[in-house]
Design a protein around this ligand. Structure first.
Ligand code: C2O
Ligand code: CU
Ligand code: CU
Length: 512
């Protein structure tokens, strides 16, 4: 059935193409071979339908919880490209590098929305900019070729001013890219890979999720009192005593995690936001790993021979809140209830029960060769991060749907140096800064990362989100490849929705 619809589709498109070719007198008609392959390249390898709609799920014992939820299905192509989730989270999309993908997003949320593929390098038209938001009842078609290397990416809604609410109520999912290069690395095979999506929520006694940010929340971002991992409270996994690949994503509105093992063992990172580290960078071993909203890290962890007789937990260690205000008000009164747990409180993320026989140790790891870096010679940009009178500002400005300032234009195919400066006045706040449509290098930091967090920063590799602490200046190297309008913003979702977001333009800027 699907096949015949495909064929019909191709026929319609063929006729349209031919008519176009006739109309323009294109030489393609004289080259049947060439024109056939041009046609073939228009047919996607994979067609997915993704629907966002109200739903109800069980988050913890007791009454079900009303959520918004993505569900998905493969309309044509690989059946294993959509892996349904058992919680409110969206299905995990598994794409392959080089694949041509069409995704039909159907909005049935009852409000305006649009989906953004966080970390993915896609054409501007497919990036999910808020100007493409569609009303409930409509469909938006995305078409792109998967350019990113193997890695752990995300998708989530991106309507102006409503992103925090829609993500909080359940709309988000993992997007995993696989490629051939990754297969040669010697990573554990798929049955020994686990994904952990970490979120925090305030859940009422009747198990309801309510999103009604207070003034305090607008400043610090919404913090929950319950950690949900893969959509459930008190998540537990049973693992074999061997090496696993763990993909960890922070999909919380505002919470920063200081990830650590309960037995004090180090964390061994093999990938950042945007793919594996290269051979020179090697595995990054840290006593703990700091993960800001929407950052990802991939770990290679051996569950064999751990202390504590078969039990291990991933926790978030306590740290001093790097945001000025919560410190000022004192942690005590924020300690629970309505306000959620304060930023920096110790939290349990996931429990692991290690059982079964130890299988042979894993293959030696051969990380990929370093990529050829893009030539420098782009622009030098600087963006001041400020938080004043409840508003996050980027060089003194807030979001405007179509505005691009001269200091927000980057050339294509050259590396520009972009500084995020969180040194100026206003309220001291950490800001996880994110840029759409690119993967960037972190070139350097200057200033004061807090002493109880800085050993957990991983600046190696490619990123799409970087945490900039109060008093800090961070330089990133950005080499866009897709032309047009993208955006950059603080990924604390309450800051983003409050307007700490701007457009940026890649390539020559057209008038108008
Ligand atoms: Cu994760 Cu502008 O988005
Ligand atoms: Cu993004
Ligand atoms: Cu911010």
């Amino acid at each position: 059935m699907i096949r015949s619809r495909d064929d019909a589709d191709t026929r319609v498109r063929t006729r349209r193409r031919l008519l176009q070719a006739v109309a323009t007198g294109a030489a393609a008609l004289a080259l049947p071979g060439a024109s056939r392959s041009a046609l073939r390249s228009e047919t996607p390898d994979l067609v997915i339908r993704l629907v966002a709609a109200p739903s109800q799920v069980s988050i913890r014992p007791g009454p079900p919880t009303q959520v918004l939820r993505f569900t998905g299905e493969v309309l044509s192509g690989r059946r294993d490209a959509v892996r349904p989730s058992e919680s409110y989270l969206g299905p995990t999309l598994e794409l392959r590098r080089g694949e041509r993908v069409r995704i039909e997003f159907v909005n049935r949320t009852g409000e305006s929305s649009i989906v953004h593929w966080h970390g993915m390098i896609v054409p501007a038209r497919a990036d999910g900019h808020p100007r493409f938001a569609i009303p409930s009842g409509q469909t938006f078609i995305y078409e792109f070729t998967v350019r990113n290397p193997a890695g752990t990416y995300l998708y989530h809604p991106h309507p102006d001013g409503r992103t925090g609410r829609q993500v909080y109520l359940g709309l988000a999912g993992l997007l995993i890219v696989r490629d051939d290069e990754e297969r040669a690395v010697g990573l554990p095979d798929p049955s020994y890979q686990l994904s952990l999506v970490i979120q925090d929520r305030r859940i009422d006694e009747d198990n309801a999720l309510r999103f009604s940010p207070t003034m305090m929340d607008a400043m610090s971002g919404v913090l929950g009192d319950t950690v949900l991992t893969n959509g459930v409270a008190d998540a537990a996994f049973s693992v074999a005593p061997r090496t696993y690949r763990l993909r960890v994503a922070n999909v919380s509105n505002a919470r920063i995690y200081k990830l650590a093992w309960s037995d004090g063992g180090p964390l061994r990172a093999i990938a950042s936001d945007s793919g594996l580290f290269d051979r020179e960078q090697g595995m990054q071993t840290r006593p703990y790993v700091v993960l800001a909203p929407f950052q990802r890290v991939e770990l290679l962890e051996d569950f064999a021979g751990r202390a504590n007789a078969g039990r291990l937990s991933l926790i978030s260690e306590s740290f001093a809140d790097p945001g000025g205000m919560m410190g000022m008000m004192g942690g005590g009164m924020m300690g629970g209830g309505m306000m959620g747990r304060r930023q920096g409180e110790r939290l349990q993320i996931a429990r692991f029960t290690i059982a079964g026989r130890s299988s042979m140790s894993s293959e030696p790891l051969t990380l990929p060769r370093a990529e050829r870096s893009t030539p420098r010679g782009g622009r030098e940009l600087q963006t001041r991060l400020e938080f004043r009178r409840m508003l996050g500002l980027l060089n003194g400005r807030t979001f405007a749907m179509d505005a691009v300032a001269p200091d927000e234009v980057l050339p294509l195919d050259q590396e520009s140096r972009w500084a995020f400066v969180n040194e100026t006045g206003g309220m001291a706040m950490p800001h996880p800064m994110h840029i759409h449509g690119v993967r960037f290098r972190i070139l350097g930091r200057r200033g004061d990362a807090p002493t109880d967090l800085r050993d957990g920063l991983i600046d190696a590799g490619y990123h799409d989100t970087v945490l900039v602490f109060p008093g800090e200046r961070v330089w990133v190297g950005v080499a866009p490849t897709e032309p047009g309008m993208f955006m950059y913003h603080c990924h604390n979702l309450e800051h983003e929705d409050g307007g700490m977001m701007r457009n940026c333009w890649f390539g020559a800027r057209h008038a108008g």
